[in-house]
Design a protein around this ligand. Structure first.
Ligand code: SF4
Length: 276
């Protein structure tokens, strides 16, 4: 090999790149975790639980039964919430559990990832699982059952709802909308005025999150596609988010729309008033 074939790059090209550290850390921890799990899966059946400690088979059995009972109870109450949402017939401890943050946490953080994983195995389209999740989430928000003051409800709309060629900056201030009728921003603004709610047109997730932190609403009514609503609801937890799937006649993120009746229904339901 002559000198021309040798590595000519400077040492700067092999420098540590900031930003990959956390990923490599996670990779190391995950690898060690998987190896440790594999070792336990080999070690326990080989040696036997009772040989490690005489009480261990009972402790392990007890933990498995407790875990199974918790999962079954969670699944049962989520089913009840899905079937009975908005119904006034529920009372007692069951009602408290149905309205609890814990149940929503179990749905968002435990059952939804599990459903998506199982759905992937049995080839159920993810969008179908998200639609079912959003419907159950809305039932749970309805079950909260508190009357919310109008100024504590925030309606969040994506920027793509605005007419493409409209030159008015409604993302800075929605009140700038001239209500020309070319998109639904004007009608939404009328609804917000009629019920005294806050309406915000967001350019993205970060801006929407900042608005929620600033306004500290009690409930958000959010309009977006299934994927954004699902991730937004998980991010916003424990804040309840009533989800309305947008209309997409031109495809995702292009001049989308919303069924105004759905928005009105959500508003009157949360305010506990009759539709005007
Ligand atoms: S309704 Fe408002 S936002 Fe929509 S096109 Fe007309 S002025 Fe623009």
């Amino acid at each position: 090999m002559n000198s021309a074939d040798k590595w000519q790059g400077s040492s700067a090209s092999v420098e540590y790149k900031p930003g990959v550290g956390p990923f490599l850390g996670l990779l190391a921890v995950s690898s060690i975790g998987i190896i440790a799990l594999g070792f336990l899966l080999w070690f326990i059946p080989t040696v036997g639980l009772s040989n490690i400690h005489p009480a261990l088979p009972f402790v392990t059995g007890g933990l498995l039964v407790a875990g199974a009972l918790l999962i079954l109870t969670g699944a049962l109450f989520i089913t009840l919430a899905a079937l009975k949402g908005g119904s006034a017939e529920i009372g007692g401890i069951g009602a408290k559990l149905l309205r609890s943050r814990l149940l929503r946490w179990a749905l968002f953080k435990l059952f939804l990832p599990l459903m998506i994983m199982v759905g992937g195995i049995v080839r159920t389209p993810k969008i179908k699982i998200e639609q079912a999740f959003l419907a159950i989430n809305n039932q749970m928000v309805r079950l909260i059952g508190r009357k919310i003051k109008p100024d504590r409800i925030l309606i969040l709309m994506p920027h793509c709802i605005q007419f493409d060629d409209c030159k008015i900056k409604v993302t800075r201030n929605v009140e700038n909308c001239a209500g020309c009728g070319k998109c639904e921003v004007g009608n939404l603004l009328d609804l917000a005025h009629e019920y005294g709610l806050n309406l915000f047109i967001s350019t993205g997730g970060t801006v929407a999150r900042r608005k929620v932190i600033e306004d500290r609403p009690q409930v958000v009514i959010a309009v977006a596609c299934e994927r954004d609503l699902t991730s937004g609801i998980q991010d916003a937890f424990p804040l309840p988010v009533f989800a309305i799937v947008n209309k997409r006649p031109h495809g995702y993120c292009m001049q989308t729309g919303v069924d105004l009746n759905d928005v009105k229904e959500a508003i009157v339901g949360l305010l506990g008033v009759k539709a005007a």
